[in-house]
Design a protein around this ligand. Structure first.
Ligand code: AMP
Ligand code: GLY
Length: 420
């Protein structure tokens, strides 16, 4: 069958790569894709939120299954639109994707259904928010309600910093309408972990666990990013904690969404803080994490098409996820200045000197062809992903490979998976 991956980052490269290995797949397409993805898929120049053209392309090419990588098209209703056209597509409908699209909605669900999370208050009026902050404990967390590409969360150490965050969202309107409403939330302490699961609204199939490194610089310093690296499995998520995550978080939220008439089908991603009082939800995402997807999909052995179809057909109960016991680690090579403004168009050298095999993949996050060369085309450029006998082995292999790749101004953390 022919499949289409929507998106063009590192996660979509990992998805396209995994799908290209399925014996059931004859051709993978990717819209818009990137230079690396073009090695495993035919890239088409259609934006991930250009729903009309995507529908037209799928019709024209006779594509049987579409898989959506990023949250934007999901929150804008790509799944609803495809379903209306009678096309098969993997991901939650807009009403379910709101779990990521609105942090206030998501908080309401968690509070109402007693899913452990930070306590929070929502505000539309900046003056009211300010008054509330006058009596708040610090640090406190300010979040824009809507999608802000991972940049709408502020950890404020003081009243002053909190007011600056408020201004960024509500006065400067840095995130547009996404910042019309905000949450002020309790600051949670602990180790972060991501749990991803497939669900068809009835059954939950948990993916291998992962840990993501969100801060830009070593030692978890610097601004929040989309993620500078990840490894799988997370060593912090013991089977005891996983039981709590499934029983107290995943099962109740899938149930809650059914009760709300917003049945959730797709990948459900729970970003967690492992606090002294147990795991608590920081956020839900409605898709695979990036870069978590890179190590996780590298380890997944079950045919991805079988899983995606089981979700669509609500037969996930018949699927047993199998994955490689060996850990995997992904190290992100980013452009200088990321997550702020960056200079693009630098030539990338060294990838072709690597021996790419089952245990080493260079997933492209933002690259383009320029003549014979491959050049940088965004903040996160590459995700060098390796498998090893241990987390340390996987990490060393990923860093050894990354050290052979270079481009001007490359910014990379040197401590991904070092604290394991
Ligand atoms: P989010 O986009 O909601 O995942 O938030 C981005 C990052 O901000 C998270 O990965 C955490 O590191 C941090 N964060 C968000 N909410 C909280 C919280 N309530 N307490 C502590 N840190 C948080
Ligand atoms: N790596 C975090 C995310 O995908 O949201």
């Amino acid at each position: 069958m022919k499949v289409l991956v929507v998106g063009g980052g590192g996660r979509e490269h990992a998805l396209a790569w995994k799908l290209s290995r399925s014996p059931r797949v004859s051709q993978v397409y990717c819209a818009p894709g990137n230079a690396g993805i073009s090695a495993v898929a035919e890239c088409v120049d259609i934006g991930a939120t250009d729903l009309d053209r995507l529908v037209g392309f799928v019709r024209e090419m006779g594509i049987s299954l579409t898989v959506v990588g990023p949250e934007d098209p999901l929150c804008r209703g790509i799944v609803d639109r495809f379903e209306k056209e009678g096309l098969r597509i993997f991901g939650p409908r807009a009403s379910a994707a709101e779990l990521e699209g609105s942090k206030i909605f998501s908080k309401r669900i968690m509070t109402q259904y007693m899913i452990p999370t930070a306590t929070a208050r929502s505000f539309e009026d900046p003056q009211r928010a300010r008054e509330f902050l006058e009596g708040a404990d610090f640090p406190t967390v300010i979040k824009a309600d809507g999608l802000a590409a991972g940049k709408g969360v502020f950890i404020a150490a003081s009243f002053q910093e909190a007011c600056e965050a408020l201004d960024t969202c509500m006065a400067e309107r840095k995130f547009g309408d996404a910042g019309n409403r905000i949450l002020i939330e309790e600051f949670l302490q602990g180790e972060e972990a991501s749990v991803l699961a497939f669900t068809d609204g009835k059954t939950i199939a948990v993916l291998p666990t992962a840990r993501d490194y969100k801060r830009a610089y070593d030692g978890d310093e610097g601004p929040n990013t989309g993620g500078m690296g990840a490894y799988s499995p997370s060593t912090a998520l013991t089977s005891d904690i996983m039981d709590q995550v499934v029983g107290q978080i995943l099962v109740p939220v899938v149930h809650a969404m059914n009760r709300e008439g917003r049945t959730y089908k797709g990948v459900l991603y729970a970003g967690l803080m492992l606090t002294k009082g147990g795991p608590k939800v920081i956020e839900f995402n409605c898709r695979l994490g990036d870069p978590e997807a890179q190590p996780v999909l590298m380890r997944l052995q079950t045919d991805l098409v079988d899983i995606l179809e089981a979700v669509l057909d609500e037969t996930l109960e018949n699927i047993e996820l199998e994955y490689d016991e060996r850990p995997a680690c992904c190290v992100v090579m980013a452009s200088e200045g990321y997550p702020g403004p960056t200079k693009l168009g630098h030539r990338i050298v060294g990838i072709d000197t690597l021996e790419i095999d089952e245990e080493l993949q260079v997933f492209h996050a933002a690259t383009e062809h320029a003549g014979e060369s491959v050049i940088t085309a965004g903040g996160r450029v590459l995700g060098v992903t390796a498998m090893g006998a241990t987390v340390a082995g996987a990490r060393d292999k990923a860093y050894a490979a990354a050290s052979k790749i270079s481009f001007e101004g490359c910014q990379m953390r040197t401590d991904i998976a070092k604290d394991v």
